[in-house]
Design a protein around this ligand. Structure first.
Ligand code: 6R9
Length: 645
């Protein structure tokens, strides 16, 4: 990339920065050469009930055992709330901005304390205790944050399920972690549309007989069905309990949460994060990556149903005593200027969103941006997928007025927090590059055989040593953890991403190299969509691939083979779309469904996805080697009837 496309650290980003270029180099070096010393210092960000004596105890071989600060004890909720009370009780912890622009409120740390304690007492009174799994299926209202922190306070393990998932998807996640508690709301509200959360829970629970308690927060006041004894209104239960609840003393390696995420095979995995290392990682990365300074108004537009919401709406910012903005709505309601209207209204200093939102808003015109005052914004960030340089440049110029550095943060549900990212005061930016590793992160590029590649090159991205925020296991299936992340390349954590490193050592993530697709920043296993499609009585076989999509990053293209005698029709196409939405949720809606008499297979019966991808991309001129195809004629029909013309 030419010099022209390097954006040096602006002088404004150096003012009071936590980290200059020189500091980055020195700290990074220390983090690699003296991890125990480095992490002992960093762990001082967190209040420990009992101090740890051991820092790191991790191995990427054998049984894969990862422990950090293992003999220390702490409570995550106390770190996010109680410890800020002596000096900051009346500072704003949460700014809540409702779906309706007329709806917003400020919640101070002392109010947060009372709300979380009350929520914790409601859970306790209903029998919840340390180690129990509690499923949270909520809209973006403050109670979602209270619920998460209440679980952490009593040592229960939360599993937040994104409110856009279907009842079936919710049921699967409740069953997998044997959750007996669900926290939800009557309805959610997004872009003035109602989301029937409680009704979805009711449907899901038909498959989950072990759930004995459903706590329902009233959001819209809409009608809901009621199961006496099982269901309780949160506001009624809260009125009967005290607003004090001592935080449970947790070991650093006690679980904090489970979060389900898609992989290349099978059902979504319950990614398990523990308490001590995660909190240190969340607090440290939030401060350095966003160059967070006390008093900053910080806004991450994610949903708490994703890891970004966990680490960068809740745990990271609140551990640092920041003001975190929680937004209930969508970027285009009441109009496409909503993000910037909210920035203006609340004087947001740090703004963190997804490339898909940037691309969608860019298309709608600059005026929605420029009509709002963005002078409070100091720093912009992106997460979730690669950002194309064109969208980066628009974000930089139009949104950031060429004044704000952009931190393109690469990380994963599994990594707990940011792994590769610029630091605003330290890193010259290149549009589209996530740039350099965070402290303690040892990235490497490997070839197909696992040989480590040096210098400017491309390969598969691995991390060669443990970091505190790393997932510890797949809930209930440690073998799957080993298999998924540590078996492809021995002794290394495999990310599933491809990556290029340039002559300056900058990392450029190129996207997934496995059967995971990334639709609007949401991870999806092609196998999950396929298994939904084959649920249909007429479907014999399905193969799903991603294709480049201007707004969503990737779209979903499904090839479907019907049983002998079954007729394809528009009607059937609609049924299949509805089926996927029912099994997974609207985010998995296929963009194209192609009925195919047969799928291209090797002689041993393996579907040749490479060919299906090319056809979905409309690049069938260059199908590569097709000599291993059992029946080359299949391909002509697929090309002839392709949908993405
Ligand atoms: C935090 C989050 C993880 C996958 C990851 C990669 C993609 C995330 C990215 C990025 C390029 C970035 N990804 N951030 N790709 N540049 N800055 O998104 O977690 O939902 O688990 O997704 O997202 O492919 O492997 P998760």
């Amino acid at each position: 990339m030419s010099e022209h496309f390097v954006f040096p650290v602006p002088a404004s980003a150096l003012e009071g920065t936590h980290c200059t270029k020189e500091q980055y180099d020195a700290l990074y070096e220390q983090s690699i050469n003296d991890p125990d010393g480095f992490w002992k210092d960093q762990a001082g960000r967190i209040d420990w009930m009992k101090p740890f004596t051991k820092v790191k105890n991790a191995s990427f071989s054998g049984d894969i055992s990862i422990k950090w600060f293992e003999d220390g004890t702490l409570n995550a909720s106390a770190n996010c709330i109680d410890r800020h009370l002596p000096e900051r009780a009346n500072d704003t912890a949460i700014i809540w901005e409702g779906d309706d622009p007329a709806d917003s409120k400020h919640i101070t740390f002392s109010e947060l304390y009372e709300q979380v304690c009350q929520f914790a007492n409601v859970l306790k009174k209903r029998g919840a205790k340390k180690g129990d799994r509690i499923t949270i299926y909520m809209p973006m209202i403050p109670e979602a944050v209270y619920a998460m922190l209440a679980c952490a306070r009593i040592g229960a393990v939360h599993s937040v399920v994104f409110g856009g998932f279907s009842p079936d998807a919710l049921a699967g996640r409740i069953q997998d972690c044997q959750s007996t508690f669900v926290i939800t709301a009557d309805e959610g509200l997004r872009g003035a549309k109602k989301v029937p959360l409680k009704a979805n829970v009711d449907t899901a629970l038909e498959q989950c007989p072990d759930v004995s308690s459903v706590v329902v927060v009233r959001r819209t006041g809409g009608e809901v069905a009621w199961s006496e004894g099982r269901d309780v209104w949160y506001h009624e239960a809260a009125a009967t309990v005290p607003a004090e609840c001592p935080p449970e003393e947790m070991s650093a390696e006690d679980p904090l949460f489970i979060l389900y995420t898609s992989g290349s095979t099978g059902k979504p995995k319950g990614v398990l994060h523990t308490t001590g290392g995660y909190m240190v990682w969340a607090a440290m990365t939030h401060e350095y990556v966003f160059d967070y300074k006390q008093g900053d108004i910080y806004w991450c537009t994610a949903d708490v149903g994703w890891v970004t919401g966990h680490t960068y709406i809740v745990y990271g910012p609140l551990a640092n005593g920041a003001t975190t903005l929680v937004f209930e709505g969508i970027p285009t309601y009441p109009d496409a200027g909503r993000f910037w209207q909210v920035c203006e209204k609340h004087k947001v200093n740090i703004f963190y969103t997804a490339p898909t939102a940037i691309r969608a808003l860019e298309r709608l015109g600059d005026e929605f941006v420029t009509k709002h005052d963005r002078s409070s914004i100091r720093l912009l960030g992106t997460v979730g997928e690669p950002i194309n340089p064109e969208a980066w440049l628009w974000y930089h110029k139009v949104v950031g007025e060429e004044r704000c550095p952009i931190v393109d943060t690469w990380w994963q549900t599994e990594t707990g927090g940011v792994m590769i990212s610029p630091l605003p005061g330290a890193t010259d930016l290149k549009p589209g590059s996530a740039t350099n590793p965070m402290f303690g992160v040892k990235p490497a590029l490997v070839d197909q055989d696992g040989n480590i590649l040096e210098g400017a090159t491309s390969g598969n991205l691995v991390i060669t040593d443990s970091w505190p925020g790393q997932m510890r296991s797949v809930f209930g299936d440690h073998d799957r953890f080993k298999q998924t992340y540590f078996s492809t390349y021995k002794g290394m954590y495999f990310t599933g991403d491809g990556c290029r490193r340039d002559e300056d050592g900058y990392y450029w993530i190129t996207g997934r190299v496995d059967d995971v697709i990334n639709v609007s920043g949401h991870r999806m296993g092609t196998a999950e969509v396929e298994s939904a499609l084959v649920e249909h009585d007429l479907v014999a076989e399905a193969a799903v691939v991603g294709f480049p999509h201007d707004i969503k990053g990737q779209g979903i293209y499904a090839y479907v083979t019907l049983f002998e005698g079954a007729e394809s029709s528009e009607e059937l196409r609609k049924e299949l779309v509805a089926l996927v939405r029912q099994e997974i949720g609207p985010i998995a809606t296929p963009d194209f469904i192609q009925f195919a008499p047969a799928l291209p297979k090797t002689r041993s019966g393996k579907i040749m996805r490479r060919i299906l991808r090319k056809i979905a991309e409309n690049e069938f001129g260059n199908l590569g080697d097709t000599s291993t195809l059992a029946d080359p004629g299949v391909v002509d029909d697929l090309i002839e009837n392709r949908q993405n013309k």
